[in-house]
Ligand binder design. Structure first.
Ligand code: OSB
Ligand code: MG
Length: 373
């Protein structure tokens, strides 16, 4: 397929409520959308880099720069058969996985459409099982002003049908939170995400979480760290999950080889895209660690592609793929809704991502647009 033209959009959408993590609050969610055109098809990708460099060093502004000046020129006018070929074209750009992942998603969408397959079918090609039709999901709840408000929000999400709750923590908002939540919900499947807010000197605090029967503790230590996590793991009973520090299949291999984690949160955007995410899925599956698909407050464009990844057979735990109405109302696609009876979301079955972009809504939230080619 010749890459004939690419459109880049910068959008900003208000979140229904601010999302607060240990690295700070988000209120208006900036992101970029990429549309890649070839042979009459258009593939869409979402770049989840946002206003600030809190989770990743990339922002919507750095991602625009990397896409405009390096990634788009590298592929415009080129012949490309499969999304896997992108690694070759992008090898001159180090890092910037969130920018790369947007193009990767768009090209997977494009090649799936060309082949008359859904993104999930295309991605699941190598597995005899084929893609799952619906995937288990949970919800991620940010840091609230009070523990009581967190308890109220958990109840609201249980009432909506969510079967797994993730809570953000930070030093000073951790043990007391877990205790109150466990006291209020004795059977709740819940987990904590620290977003790198602790160090090895906090082992006593992290050990104190052992008694709450958590599903897992996500990324307590450095965002770049694997080694210290391998030292922490034998000192706590809670299963340890890595998010930020697994930025490639090589990093996943490092973590597995030194026993740094029990579980990997695979965010396709964090690892440059779906090709690399599938490699990590294969490595993790072979090693027997728990696997799930993480999220970055995606719009329906990104949610559709997360669902495709989560449809692969090795995912063993619910993903952070909550219904889109939780963050955006309206969204730029039709909403993805929760199946309340089993805390799942249906994997799209139409060609490619299987979504339709609401171009009027996109125009309303867009603040920059550029066409290439
Ligand atoms: O650490 O998983 C994280 C959102 C933004 C940045 C980091 C994280 C998150 C989430 C949200 O937890 C998950 C979702 O998309 O619902
Ligand atoms: Mg996380």
């Amino acid at each position: 397929m010749k890459i004939e033209a690419i459109d880049l959009y910068a959008i900003s959408q208000p979140l229904i409520r601010p999302f607060v993590t240990s690295f700070g609050p988000q209120q208006d969610r900036d992101c970029l959308l990429v549309a890649v055109h070839s042979e009459g098809f258009t593939g869409w990708g979402e770049c989840v880099a946002t206003n600030g460099p809190g989770y990743s060093y990339e922002t919507a502004v750095t991602a625009w720069h990397i896409l405009q000046d390096f990634l788009i020129p590298a592929i415009l006018g080129q012949e490309l058969q499969e999304a896997e070929d992108l690694a070759l074209w992008f090898r001159a750009v180090r890092g910037h996985p969130l920018a790369k992942a947007a193009v990767d998603q768009a090209v997977w969408d494009l090649t799936s459409q060309r082949d008359g397959l859904s993104f999930a079918q295309k991605l699941a090609g190598p597995y005899a099982e084929g893609p799952r039709r619906r995937v288990k999901v949970g919800v991620s709840i940010g840091i609230q002003p009070t523990i009581d408000q967190t308890v109220d929000l958990i109840q609201q999400h249980i009432d909506k049908g969510y079967g797994r709750i993730k809570l953000k923590i930070k030093p000073g908002y951790d043990i007391a939170l877990a205790r109150v939540v466990r006291d209020n919900f004795p059977d709740l499947v819940f987990m904590l995400d620290a977003n790198s807010a602790y160090s090895l000197s906090d082992v006593a605090t992290l050990q104190a979480l052992d008694e709450f029967d958590l599903l897992m503790l996500e990324q307590p230590l450095g965002y770049y760290d694997i080694y210290d996590h391998s030292k922490l793991r034998p000192q706590i009973k809670t299963p340890l999950c890595l998010d930020e520090s697994i930025v490639s299949a090589d990093h996943a291999r490092f973590a597995l080889e030194i026993g740094a984690c029990d579980i990997i949160n695979i965010k396709p955007t964090r690892v440059s895209g779906w090709t690399e995410a599938r490699k990590i899925h294969d490595l993790g599956r072979q090693a027997g660690v728990g696997l799930w698909v993480g999220g970055m407050l995606e719009t329906g464009v990104g949610r559709a592609a997360q669902l495709a990844l989560a449809s692969l057979p090795g995912f063993s735990l619910p993903g952070d793929i909550s219904a889109t109405e939780r963050y955006y109302d309206p969204d730029i696609t039709a909403p993805f809704v929760l199946n309340a009876e089993d805390s799942t979301i249906d994997v799209p079955t139409g060609p490619g991502l299987g979504i339709e972009i609401d171009m009027a809504r996109l125009a309303a939230v867009m603040h920059r647009r550029q066409s290439f080619g």
